[in-house]
Design a protein around this ligand. Structure first.
Ligand SMILES: [Cu+2]
Length: 161
Protein backbone atom coordinates (compact mmCIF):
# COMPACT_ATOMS: atom_id res chain seq x y z
CA UNK A 1 0.00 0.00 0.00
CA UNK A 2 2.67 2.43 1.11
CA UNK A 3 5.02 1.38 -1.68
CA UNK A 4 2.29 1.74 -4.28
CA UNK A 5 1.69 5.36 -3.25
CA UNK A 6 5.38 6.17 -3.45
CA UNK A 7 5.57 4.64 -6.92
CA UNK A 8 2.55 6.61 -8.06
CA UNK A 9 4.16 9.78 -6.78
CA UNK A 10 7.44 8.98 -8.50
CA UNK A 11 5.58 8.39 -11.73
CA UNK A 12 3.83 11.75 -11.42
CA UNK A 13 7.16 13.48 -10.91
CA UNK A 14 8.64 11.69 -13.88
CA UNK A 15 5.75 12.89 -16.03
CA UNK A 16 6.20 16.45 -14.82
CA UNK A 17 9.91 16.30 -15.50
CA UNK A 18 9.31 14.97 -19.01
CA UNK A 19 6.61 17.52 -19.71
CA UNK A 20 8.70 20.53 -18.78
CA UNK A 21 11.24 20.51 -21.62
CA UNK A 22 8.60 20.18 -24.32
CA UNK A 23 6.69 23.29 -23.17
CA UNK A 24 9.93 25.24 -22.73
CA UNK A 25 12.01 24.35 -25.80
CA UNK A 26 15.77 24.72 -25.56
CA UNK A 27 16.12 27.13 -28.53
CA UNK A 28 14.29 29.83 -26.50
CA UNK A 29 16.72 29.37 -23.62
CA UNK A 30 19.66 29.62 -26.00
CA UNK A 31 18.33 32.87 -27.53
CA UNK A 32 17.78 34.42 -24.12
CA UNK A 33 21.36 33.65 -23.12
CA UNK A 34 22.97 35.45 -26.03
CA UNK A 35 22.11 39.14 -26.27
CA UNK A 36 21.87 40.59 -29.79
CA UNK A 37 25.12 42.12 -31.00
CA UNK A 38 23.42 45.23 -32.35
CA UNK A 39 20.16 47.12 -32.05
CA UNK A 40 17.33 45.18 -33.60
CA UNK A 41 14.15 46.71 -34.95
CA UNK A 42 11.29 44.52 -36.10
CA UNK A 43 7.58 44.72 -36.92
CA UNK A 44 7.98 48.32 -38.06
CA UNK A 45 5.05 50.10 -39.69
CA UNK A 46 3.44 53.50 -40.01
CA UNK A 47 -0.24 54.20 -40.30
CA UNK A 48 -1.72 55.52 -43.53
CA UNK A 49 -3.14 59.04 -43.53
CA UNK A 50 -6.55 58.87 -45.12
CA UNK A 51 -8.67 61.98 -45.56
CA UNK A 52 -5.78 64.41 -45.69
CA UNK A 53 -4.61 63.93 -42.11
CA UNK A 54 -1.32 65.72 -41.53
CA UNK A 55 -0.14 63.50 -38.69
CA UNK A 56 0.64 59.83 -38.60
CA UNK A 57 2.03 57.34 -36.15
CA UNK A 58 4.88 54.86 -36.41
CA UNK A 59 5.37 51.62 -34.55
CA UNK A 60 8.04 48.96 -34.09
CA UNK A 61 9.65 46.60 -31.63
CA UNK A 62 13.18 47.45 -30.60
CA UNK A 63 15.78 45.45 -28.72
CA UNK A 64 19.07 46.93 -27.56
CA UNK A 65 22.07 44.81 -26.54
CA UNK A 66 22.97 47.42 -23.92
CA UNK A 67 21.16 49.76 -21.59
CA UNK A 68 20.31 52.71 -23.80
CA UNK A 69 17.67 55.26 -24.61
CA UNK A 70 15.82 56.11 -27.79
CA UNK A 71 16.05 59.90 -27.58
CA UNK A 72 14.64 61.13 -30.86
CA UNK A 73 13.52 60.31 -34.36
CA UNK A 74 13.38 62.14 -37.65
CA UNK A 75 12.08 61.55 -41.13
CA UNK A 76 12.28 63.35 -44.47
CA UNK A 77 8.52 62.72 -44.70
CA UNK A 78 7.55 64.91 -41.74
CA UNK A 79 8.45 68.36 -40.42
CA UNK A 80 9.33 66.63 -37.16
CA UNK A 81 8.90 63.31 -35.45
CA UNK A 82 7.99 63.18 -31.77
CA UNK A 83 7.94 60.27 -29.36
CA UNK A 84 4.53 60.04 -27.73
CA UNK A 85 2.87 57.95 -25.11
CA UNK A 86 -0.77 57.51 -24.20
CA UNK A 87 -1.81 58.49 -20.70
CA UNK A 88 -5.05 59.03 -18.84
CA UNK A 89 -5.90 62.68 -18.24
CA UNK A 90 -8.84 62.38 -15.88
CA UNK A 91 -11.27 60.18 -17.82
CA UNK A 92 -9.75 60.92 -21.19
CA UNK A 93 -6.91 59.04 -22.88
CA UNK A 94 -4.53 61.56 -24.37
CA UNK A 95 -1.12 61.40 -25.94
CA UNK A 96 1.82 63.41 -24.80
CA UNK A 97 5.52 63.69 -25.58
CA UNK A 98 7.64 61.17 -23.72
CA UNK A 99 9.97 62.93 -21.33
CA UNK A 100 13.58 61.96 -21.97
CA UNK A 101 12.88 59.32 -24.59
CA UNK A 102 12.27 55.60 -24.34
CA UNK A 103 14.29 53.59 -21.87
CA UNK A 104 15.85 50.44 -23.32
CA UNK A 105 17.06 47.72 -21.00
CA UNK A 106 19.81 45.40 -22.21
CA UNK A 107 18.35 42.48 -24.15
CA UNK A 108 14.73 43.43 -23.45
CA UNK A 109 12.32 44.29 -26.24
CA UNK A 110 10.25 47.45 -26.14
CA UNK A 111 7.23 47.60 -28.41
CA UNK A 112 5.80 50.80 -29.78
CA UNK A 113 2.19 50.00 -30.59
CA UNK A 114 -1.25 51.59 -30.98
CA UNK A 115 -2.53 52.66 -27.58
CA UNK A 116 0.97 52.97 -26.14
CA UNK A 117 4.27 54.55 -27.02
CA UNK A 118 4.51 55.59 -30.67
CA UNK A 119 6.38 57.81 -33.06
CA UNK A 120 4.31 60.79 -34.12
CA UNK A 121 4.92 62.23 -37.56
CA UNK A 122 3.98 65.90 -37.37
CA UNK A 123 3.07 67.85 -40.52
CA UNK A 124 3.73 65.09 -43.01
CA UNK A 125 5.12 66.37 -46.30
CA UNK A 126 2.67 64.23 -48.29
CA UNK A 127 0.04 61.67 -47.31
CA UNK A 128 1.27 58.25 -46.20
CA UNK A 129 -0.21 55.88 -48.74
CA UNK A 130 -0.82 52.22 -48.06
CA UNK A 131 2.01 50.14 -49.50
CA UNK A 132 4.69 52.81 -49.54
CA UNK A 133 7.56 53.04 -47.06
CA UNK A 134 8.58 55.84 -44.75
CA UNK A 135 12.27 56.20 -43.84
CA UNK A 136 13.00 57.09 -40.25
CA UNK A 137 16.27 57.78 -38.44
CA UNK A 138 16.37 56.76 -34.79
CA UNK A 139 18.83 58.47 -32.46
CA UNK A 140 20.07 56.94 -29.24
CA UNK A 141 21.91 58.07 -26.15
CA UNK A 142 24.63 55.42 -26.58
CA UNK A 143 24.32 53.61 -29.89
CA UNK A 144 24.90 55.17 -33.28
CA UNK A 145 21.80 56.41 -35.06
CA UNK A 146 20.10 53.84 -37.28
CA UNK A 147 17.89 54.14 -40.33
CA UNK A 148 14.74 52.07 -40.48
CA UNK A 149 11.98 51.82 -43.05
CA UNK A 150 8.36 51.71 -41.95
CA UNK A 151 5.93 50.14 -44.43
CA UNK A 152 2.65 52.05 -44.45
CA UNK A 153 -0.43 50.15 -43.39
CA UNK A 154 -3.99 51.16 -42.83
CA UNK A 155 -5.31 50.63 -39.35
CA UNK A 156 -8.94 50.05 -38.54
CA UNK A 157 -9.04 52.46 -35.65
CA UNK A 158 -7.54 55.86 -36.41
CA UNK A 159 -4.88 57.28 -34.13
CA UNK A 160 -6.27 59.32 -31.23
CA UNK A 161 -6.21 63.05 -31.68
CU1 LIG B 1 0.88 60.77 -30.82
Amino acid sequence: MMLKNVLALAFAFALAACGAPSTDPTPAAATAAEAPAALQVSDAWASATPGGATVSAGYFTITSPIEDRLVSASSPRAARVEIHEMAMDGDVMRMRAVDGGVELNAGESVTLAPGGIHLMFMDVTSPFGEGESVPVTLTFEQADAIDVVLPVRRRAEQHGR
